[in-house]
Design a protein around this ligand. Structure first.
Ligand code: SF4
Length: 196
């Protein structure tokens, strides 16, 4: 099974505790006001890769503590992400997983979406509302909720919910920068990540 993604990044320290592999999935049915990643909204414009290939990339990355999955809207590709995380878990069960979704946890009714929850340690859910962006924590706006589906990241509650946001800027090539991090309300330069 293939996963469509807009971007993957092998290691960041600003999207959850420790060093994290990040996947930004491609395709999102929402059109949030001031979405900082509009290039990830339209499905079909990203790259596609077999989940086994992506899993091997993660498994082979020995210096990471976890995986962060954002978008786009990951729940649109819930089955593919479950397959990916199932493979990873067999080889690297110590890796924790954080996933962002615009859906509310209680609205995840399909079998594929409910099945994905078994692979997650933290789910950050809810629509991004720019007027409620308080520049705090890993959630984009204060209406979004951090759900601890296991206790593996419970000790990082302060960092996830109340911590100061941080950014990484990476040079990709000539005149091309990648900013990783949750955007502040007044800068709006990187919802979950952005190529510039
Ligand atoms: S902010 Fe996130 S959920 Fe909203 S439109 Fe952009 S990618 Fe989709």
């Amino acid at each position: 099974m293939k996963l469509e993604y807009g971007l993957i990044w092998p290691a960041t320290k600003v999207l959850g505790p420790g060093n994290r592999f990040v996947i930004w999935t491609q395709g999102c049915p929402r059109r949030c006001f001031k979405c900082a990643s509009p290039e990830l909204q339209v499905a079909g414009l990203g790259k596609t890769e077999d989940v086994s290939v992506l899993a091997d990339m993660i498994i082979g990355k020995k210096d990471i503590d976890g995986i962060t999955i954002s978008g786009g809207e990951p729940m649109v590709q819930a089955e593919a992400i479950s397959q990916l995380l199932s493979i990873v878990r067999q080889e690297r069960p110590e890796l924790n997983v954080i996933l962002f979704t615009g859906y509310r946890l209680e609205d995840l009714h399909t079998e594929n979406r409910k099945a994905l929850l078994q692979y997650l340690d933290v789910l950050i859910d809810g629509e991004y509302i720019d007027g409620l962006n308080d520049n705090i924590g890993l959630r984009g706006s204060s209406n979004q909720q951090v759900h601890y589906l296991t206790d593996r990241l419970a000790t990082f509650r302060e960092q996830l919910e109340g911590g100061r946001r941080r950014r990484e800027i990476h040079v990709l090539g000539d005149n091309e920068l990648l900013t990783i991090g949750i955007s502040d309300k007044y800068t709006n330069n990187g919802c979950y990540g952005e190529e510039q």
